[in-house]
Ligand binder design. Structure first.
Ligand code: AMP
Ligand code: MG
Length: 418
């Protein structure tokens, strides 16, 4: 029979903020690599992107219509349209070398380069759309409907900074400066291991390995799911050593003070340097953060909810920092109106899984029906972690509840369980 685990002094209870800052202080960006653009999505940019030329490269039309000299249409109106002779036609990729002299116009499509002589574009809707001659019914100022050369980017501008996640908008800009590959953070390999005799036997489904793999992919990394390991010290040591071939190790279960919780011991015995073991939060008080062979190791609790909350609060920020992200590592906090009362014992920071919904110009937090740390359905549809601070035992209906958002605000409530 084993005995209960004891806490050593420097592994004692610390706050969530202290734990997060210890994690972030311990991890650094790994070396980047060059990746082709189609593979860059979801990575972190690791170089400043500088515009090699002006974009757009020439003044061009923002509308389908006619390139004109503003002075020619200065007095145009519905009753007294200006009559102009149409002397050319410029498609989006057309030749702009025609000259617009006084009294003339050129038919032009959106994106077409503004021909010399013209200084404005009249929208086709404000003309009679004539072919050889056009009637213009409205005056325009010089510059109207003209996109200026360099309006988007000027040659030499830093258009993207290293450290930024590469999403759709950023990819567009990188493509716009004619890059085919870009320096980006590596997709980290994250070893995911589950502990527990009941998981090995299959009596309890290994839901954590699926949830952790999905969270890992959401963080832009590559999960490496290892077979579950029994509650056995030697077996745990062996699987940890295999897991350390990855960049990061995330385990679930076996970190409490039970007689069969061997993760902590196994880490000690392979020479890992454990930075903390317990965090003042619920769910998820026992959480190990350790390192061995320069690799961070996260020992999350086995309860499915504690496991996901621990990943969101501690693992995800570390992964993003290691990929090279330089800001926005922690989840954003917002205030939402409580849809029902939220209660806590007040001894630890208490996190609630909530749906944050945009309503009447504000945010409203709806709790999952049951909040136990083993209640996996409490995560369904959730996009936020509402919390009550230590010492605070209640937030009443309609009062302000702070919430960490881990997914976008909802436009309406998901009808989930119950
Ligand atoms: P532990 O943290 O090992 O004490 O486990 C706490 C609870 O979480 C127990 O009820 C376990 O059965 C459950 N649990 C542990 N590992 C997993 C897993 N991989 N998937 C689902 N539940 C788990
Ligand atoms: Mg266990």
């Amino acid at each position: 029979m084993g005995s209960f685990q004891r806490t050593r002094r420097r592994e004692g209870l610390i706050t969530v903020e202290e734990a997060q800052s210890r994690v972030l202080a311990e991890v650094a960006a790994l070396p980047p690599e060059d990746v082709p653009l189609p593979e860059a999505h979801g990575r972190v940019l690791r170089e400043d992107i500088i515009a090699p030329e002006d974009v757009p490269c020439a003044d061009n039309s923002a509308m389908d219509g006619y390139a004109v000299r503003a002075a020619d249409v200065a007095h145009a109106s519905e009753s007294q349209p200006a009559m102009l002779r149409v002397v050319g036609d410029i498609a989006a990729d057309g030749d702009p070398s025609v000259n617009v002299s006084p009294g003339m116009a050129v038919r032009i499509m959106t994106g077409g380069a503004i021909p010399t002589g013209a200084d404005a574009v009249v929208q086709v809707e404000q003309t009679d759309a004539g072919r050889d001659e056009v009637r213009v019914f409205r005056a325009v100022d010089a510059g109207t409907n003209v996109r200026r050369r360099g309006e988007d980017m000027r040659r030499g501008d830093v258009v993207l900074r290293a450290g930024l996640p590469i999403g759709a908008g950023e990819l567009g800009v990188i493509a716009n400066v004619r890059r085919h590959a870009v320096r980006a953070g590596r997709k980290l390999s994250v070893a995911i291991l589950s502990t527990g005799d009941e998981i090995v036997s299959g009596r309890i489904a290994n839901s954590n390995s699926h949830a952790l793999a999905a969270l890992t992919r959401d963080a832009g990394c590559e999960p490496r799911v290892l077979p579950p390991v029994a509650d056995d010290r030697e077996a745990t040591k062996r699987v940890l050593i295999t897991a350390l071939e990855s960049d990061v190790v995330v385990s679930s279960g076996g970190v409490s003070q039970g007689a069969y919780d061997f993760v902590k011991d196994a880490l000690d015995e392979i020479g890992a340097d454990t930075k903390f073991w317990q965090v003042l939060m619920k769910p998820g008080k026992p959480i190990i953060f350790s390192r061995a062979r320069e690799r961070p190791i996260f020992g999350l609790p086995g309860n499915p909810v504690s496991c996901i909350v621990g990943f969101l609060l501690f693992v995800r920020p570390a992964l993003r920092k290691m990929m090279g992200q330089t800001s926005n590592l922690l989840l954003p906090a917002v205030n939402a109106r409580a849809a029902v009362p939220f209660d806590s014992r007040g001894d630890r920071r208490m996190y609630f899984r909530v749906q944050v919904v945009a309503q009447d110009g504000g945010l409203v937090a709806y709790p999952a029906r049951a909040q136990g740390s083993g209640v996996s359905t409490s995560m369904v549809g959730a996009n936020g972690l509402g919390w009550l601070e230590i010492g605070s035992t209640r937030v009443d209906t309609g009062s302000s509840l702070p919430v960490l958002l881990f997914a976008p605000v909802l436009s309406e409530l998901w009808r989930t369980n119950g």
